[in-house]
Design a binder for this molecule. Structure first.
Ligand SMILES: C[S@@+](CC[C@H](N)C(=O)[O-])C[C@H]1O[C@@H](n2cnc3c(N)ncnc32)[C@H](O)[C@@H]1O
Length: 410
């Protein structure tokens, strides 16, 4: 095994105020010098010519320029050397002069013989990430970028690095596909002490949770809508008061048929700090991913999102279905699979044409996503024929025809 077969020994150098010599004034030097300035090194560039960018740094007094050919004595008193010229013989002379003075030297042209390497470097929140590949700079840079991205998104963090402020964070997880969740939301989930999650919250994100994050699955709480909500309010308030960082994690956006504001009120009444990270909401994103726009110029200038969890005529319903029937734009129905036949009937009775196109998008953004097309007149039979089950978004209006012109030829 030769000397160059051994792997490098990683170390962080404190170069601030220390003489650091860069031989060569071309583009490689231009790339290396800012990193040296950033750590406070006393930078000396030795080269008959330098790039305009380096000249600018000389003019600003940030580096010293020795306008000459390399001479071994340039390395006298140096702590660190970088040989960046385009001439291998010069770089070799720099390397030998550095060896003679026992100074570590990076060779831009030949990492094999060099005594030091420049890693791919990045920084995030006080952490320096330096990746030394096996002389494969592109691979090192790609690994560095992946690590930085994971740090930024909170996917990799030590327990101590988490910014945990006691309180409740309402996080919207988007329609289901994990990539459609916001960076801020993902970070909050990964940094939490407790995650209180709903059935529709993106499951794959929960699979990635660090082992010491407690997961409370609300779907498993005793049934009954208001008892369940009271229990959720009690859990999030109690945990936050005990000093924990609680994430209330839901599908879509917490304020769109998500009872999120009831949780805000419960927190406020208990004096618990509460913040909100919105999510992509399904009535817009599920049709979007399925290729159906909720508005289209000259076709629909409004879209109305309605909960269909109560049928028309139900005493507790707050929706005026005859007014909805008079709208010309897009109507997006949520939680409406069961009551869709009654809703379609009410819309037709109120004046909307029975030929109005309808799209039912099931399991939006998930691998099982599918779209069932119908009209208001055929919706009931199509739902049965295709055995449609929740979750589904039902889009009613001419935008469906725009997206599927062949299915609705007049
Ligand atoms: C209780 S609401 C929650 C909505 C959520 N807060 C949002 O902003 O999207 C549940 C309804 O959202 C719709 N929904 C949510 N995610 C969906 C998805 N991935 N595909 C189809 N419909 C979805 C369905 O209509 C479902 O019945």
């Amino acid at each position: 095994m030769g000397v160059s077969d051994f792997p490098p020994y990683p170390a962080g150098l404190r170069l601030a105020g220390r003489r650091t010599v860069v031989i060569g004034g071309g583009h490689v030097a231009q790339r290396r010098v800012p990193g040296l300035i950033a750590v406070g090194a006393e930078v000396h560039v030795v080269s008959p010519e330098i790039t305009p960018a380096l000249e600018g740094l000389v003019g600003a007094g940030e580096i010293n320029w020795h306008e000459k050919e390399f001479d071994p004595t340039d390395l006298d008193g140096a702590w660190y050397v970088i040989a960046t010229t385009a001439t291998p013989e010069v770089n070799e002379a720099v390397h030998l002069a550095a060896e003679a003075r026992r100074v570590f030297c990076v060779r831009a042209d030949d990492a094999r013989d060099a005594s030091a390497w420049t890693p791919a470097v990045g920084r995030h929140a006080g952490i320096t990430v330096a990746v030394l590949g096996n002389r494969e700079p592109r691979r090192s840079a790609a690994v560095r970028d992946s690590i930085l991205e994971a740090l930024r998104e909170g996917v990799i963090l030590s327990r101590e690095d988490r910014e945990r402020t006691p309180g409740v964070v309402l996080v919207g997880g988007g329609p289901g596909e994990p990539d459609l969740m916001s960076v801020a939301g993902r970070k909050a989930v990964m940094e939490a002490d407790v995650v209180v999650a709903d059935r529709l919250a993106p499951r794959e994100i929960l699979d990635e949770l660090p082992a010491d994050v407690e997961l409370i699955d609300v779907a498993k709480l005793p049934r009954g809508r208001s008892a369940q909500q009271e229990e959720i309010n009690r859990i999030i308030v109690e945990r936050a008061k005990a000093g924990q960082c609680v994430v209330r994690f839901k599908g879509g956006d917490n304020f769109v048929f998500g009872r999120g504001y009831e949780e805000v009120i419960a927190c406020r009444e208990a004096g618990v700090p509460v913040t909100v990270i919105p999510g992509l909401t399904s009535p817009v994103t599920v049709p979007g991913v399925a290729g159906i726009p909720v508005t289209h110029r000259g076709v629909a200038h409004d879209f109305t999102v309605i909960s269909g969890h109560l049928p028309p005529g139900h005493p507790e319903s707050l929706t005026d279905w005859s007014a909805v029937a008079r709208l010309h734009g897009t109507v997006v129905l949520m939680m409406a699979v069961q009551n869709a036949p009654a809703i379609a009937e009410a819309l037709v009775a109120g004046g909307r044409a029975a030929t109005t196109p309808v799209a039912v998008i099931c399991d939006g953004t998930m691998p099982t996503q599918r779209t069932v097309l119908a009209t208001l007149g055929t919706l009931a039979e199509q739902l049965t024929a295709h055995a449609v089950r929740p979750p589904a978004i039902i889009v009613v209006g001419e935008v469906v025809r725009v997206a599927h012109p062949d299915a609705f030829s007049d």
